[in-house]
Design a binder for this molecule. Structure first.
Ligand code: NAD
Ligand code: WQD
Length: 337
C-alpha cells in the first residue's frame, strides 16, 4: 500500500517507516521538522535500501496535504504528527490544541477531499487519566489530566463522530504507553532537543556523561521500591503494532477501534536505571527529589485486546530497550564527532 506518515521523521514515525518499508509498503514522509531533522530520511534510505520521499510541510497546510495525498496516490495515513510535551502543553495549551487538534482536522479534510478513508492515529495512555483500576484496559474511563492528553482525547472524539457519520472509514486509535529504545542499526532513535523530559533519554545522556546525574522524581510512592512505575514498550514493537493495525483495518473491522500498545509489565524508575547500568556498563549517578507535579504513581497496560484483535504483543525485553538505546547514544556521539 501507499502510506503517508505524518510526523514521519519523528521518533516513532521513523521506526514505523522502517518496518513498513521492510514489509514492501510504499512510504511517504510528511513533517514540518519542528522536532526532527530531514537527515532522518537519509538514514532511513540506508536502513531500508529504498528512497522514502519526504514532503516538508505542516499538517495545518490542507492544500499541501491534499496535493501530497493525490500526487503519491496515498491509500492510508498513519498520523504521528503532534506536539507531545505535557509540561509545555500546560504552559501553552492554545499552541497544543492548534497544532494537534486543528492539525488533525486539516488532515481529515484533506483525506475527505481525496477519498482516503483508512487512518491509524497515535493516541496515548495519557487519555485514561487517574487510574480507576489497573492495568488500564480500553474500557477504562477516559479523563485526561493535562492539555496534551485532552488534545489526544478531543481527537479520539472527533474520529468517533467521523466514524459514526461515515461507516466506510477504517480508523485505529492506538494508545501508546511509554515508547523507548531504538532501531538495531543505531541510525535512528529518540534524540530530543535540549534536556530530555522523559526518563530513558535522560538516563542515556547521564550514562554517556552528557548530563551529570539523574534526578529521581520521588521515591515515596506506594510502589514496590517507592519510585514511579510505567509500562515501557520497545519502539520497534510499537512500530510492528502499527503494521498489524494497518493490516487489520479490512472491510470486516468496525469503523473505529481503540487499542492499547504496551507490554502489560510495570517497571519502576530504579529498575530501569539498574537495567541501563547492566546494558551500558556505565554508572548512573542519581539523586532523589520531590515528586514531579502531575505524575501518577503507577500505570501499565492490559494488552489483551491487541493480541486478540491485531495478533500483536510486545516481544522485546527491558534489556533490549536499554541496550538499543545505549547503542544509539554511542552511534549518535560518533556521528557528532
Ligand atoms: P516526535 O516529536 O519525535 O515526532 C512527532 C513528529 O511530528 C516530529 O517529527 C515533528 O516534527 C512532527 N510535527 C509536529 N507537529 C507537526 C505539524 N504541525 N506538522 C507537521 N509535522 C509536525 O514524537 P514521537 O515520540 O515520535 O510521537 C509521535 C506521536 O505519538 C505523537 O503524536 C505523540 O503525541 C504520540 N505519542 C508519543 C508517546 C511518546 O512517549 N513518545 C507516547 C504516546 C503517544
Ligand atoms: C517516567 C517515570 C517519572 C524523568 C510521558 C507523558 C505521556 C507519554 C509518555 C506522550 C516517571 C520518572 C522521569 C526524570 C524521573 N507521552 N522520571 N526523572 O511521565 O510516564 O509519560 O511520556 O503521550 O503523556 O506524560 O514518562 O519518561 O517522563 O517518566 O524520575 O528525569 O520516570 O517520575 O515516574 P511519563 P517519563
Amino acid at each position: 500500500m501507499n502510506i503517508l506518515l505524518t510526523g514521519g521523521t519523528g521518533y516513532i514515525g521513523s521506526h514505523t517507516a522502517a518496518v513498513l518499508a521492510a514489509a514492501n509498503h510504499q512510504v511517504v514522509l510528511y513533517d514540518n521538522l519542528c522536532n526532527s531533522q530531514a537527515s532522518v530520511a537519509d538514514r532511513l534510505q540506508t536502513i531500508t535500501g529504498k528512497t522514502l520521499p519526504l514532503v516538508i510541510g505542516d499538517i495545518r497546510n490542507t492544500l499541501l496535504l491534499t496535493d501530497t495525498l493525490k500526487t503519491h496516490q496515498i491509500e492510508a495515513v498513519i498520523h504521528f504528527a503532534g506536539l507531545k510535551a505535557v509540561g509545555d502543553s500546560v504552559r501553552d495549551p492554545v499552541t497544543y490544541f492548534d497544532n494537534n487538534v486543528a492539525g488533525t482536522l486539516s488532515l481529515l479534510q484533506a483525506m475527505q477531499a481525496t477519498a482516503v478513508k483508512t487512518l491509524v492515529f497515535s493516541s496515548s495512555a495519557t487519555v485514561y487519566g487517574e487510574p480507576q483500576y489497573l492495568p488500564y484496559d480500553e474500557k477504562h474511563p477516559t479523563r485526561a489530566m493535562n492539555p496534551y492528553g485532552r488534545s489526544k482525547l478531543h481527537i479520539e472524539e472527533i474520529l468517533a463522530d467521523l466514524a459514526t457519520a461515515h461507516a466506510d472509514w477504517r480508523i485505529a486509535c492506538l494508545r501508546y504507553f511509554n515508547p523507548v529504545g531504538a532501531h538495531e542499526s543505531g541510525l535512528i532513535g529518540e534524540d530530543p532537543e535540549g534536556i530530555p523530559n522523559n526518563l530513558m533519554p535522560f538516563v542515556a545522556r547521564v550514562a554517556s556523561g552528557a548530563l551529570p546525574r539523574l534526578t529521581i522524581f520521588g521515591n515515596d510512592y506506594e510502589t514496590p521500591d517507592g519510585t514511579g512505575v510505567r509500562d515501557y514498550v520497545h519502539v520497534m514493537d510499537l512500530a510492528e503494532g502499527h503494521l498489524a493495525a494497518l493490516e487489520s483495518l479490512g472491510k470486516g473491522s468496525a469503523p473505529i477501534r481503540y487499542t492499547n500498545l504496551g507490554t502489560g509489565i510495570g517497571v519502576s524508575v530504579l529498575e530501569l536505571v539498574q537495567a541501563f547500568k547492566d546494558a551500558s556498563g556505565q554508572d548512573i549517578p542519581s539523586v532523589v527529589s520531590d515528586r514531579r507535579p502531575g505524575d501518577l504513581p503507577a500505570y501499565y497496560a492490559d494488552a489483551t485486546k491487541a493480541k486478540q484483535e491485531l495478533g500483536w504483543s510486545a516481544t522485546r525485553t527491558l534489556a533490549d530497550m536499554c541496550q538499543s538505546t545505549w547503542h544509539f547514544q554511542v552511534c549518535a556521539k560518533q556521528r557528532a564527532n
